[in-house]
Design a protein around this ligand. Sequence first.
Ligand SMILES: [Zn+2]
Length: 320
Amino acid sequence: MFIVGKDSSKDTRGGVRQRTLKSAIGCTGIGLHCGMRVGMTLHPAEPDTGIVFRRSDIAAKGAVIPALWSHVVDTRLCTVIGNEDRVVVGTVEHLLAAFSGIGIDNAVVEINGPEVPVMDGSAAPFVFLMECAGICEQNARRRILRVHKKVQVREGDKCAVLYPTGGGFSVGCEISFPSRAVARQSHGVTVSPSVFTAEISRARTFGFLEEVAQMRAAGLARGGALDNAIVISGDRILNEEGLRFDNEFVRHKILDAIGDLYLAGRPMIGHFHGYCSGHALNNRLLRTLLADGDAWSEEEMTPADLVPFQRWPEETVLSA
Ligand SMILES: [Zn+2]
């Protein structure tokens, strides 16, 4: 058992350790927007590395991109990160959600194309890969980002908010679409490896058939298909197998938010609430939080931080 509140100076006995993969593991798949076949290998990494992407198809100098909020270069349909040499990796959010959800602090993601493979449109294949590789604790304490005051960003009707809590990381989302296949949905979870794996990781990305032609004309969604996204036409879901959860759409929004918030560079202790928020607003929220020195602190995680705080801010109590 850990003893809370005792100073254990330089060793890691009193704290929570950083985690990485036990061994490297790879997969190949199609990029949702680029339509290219991409190979990706997840490698173990040293303590305090964070999550770092490395493009193996580009000469060594410009090939490294840290998975950080400050490296986000596009958020129109997915989260794209890039570096000063204009080397980019797109659709990082589902992979980052898996790292965050199952608690991996350090990894190098080697990839031979411009986009993370979409796999089945969810984070479940990445969780499976990480579990197959195995996860090990490292000889360094985990550092967290603690939210100290409410921070909010808005864009029209859309809004994203971070609240301080007494512990843990929780995410609630509400969405509303004219299509009756989606309509109004709200859901929330306190994130832990088991909750993430069982309740969130399998929720797939979704799109409207009517928008696919437009997106393709803009050079996007080239790899989109019924085996890697839920496709909606009018009020109908076109996938023959139907949904994995009644409210799979809002669960996927939670998945996206978990991935986008991991671009803080470390686990967060706080509560996120999104109303119709997406990648752009999620990134603006992080930038707004981090620009306000009174709104957060970086500190060592204690075992108490792993205990989820059950009472969420009252104004975020979900309506459905
Ligand atoms: Zn997504």
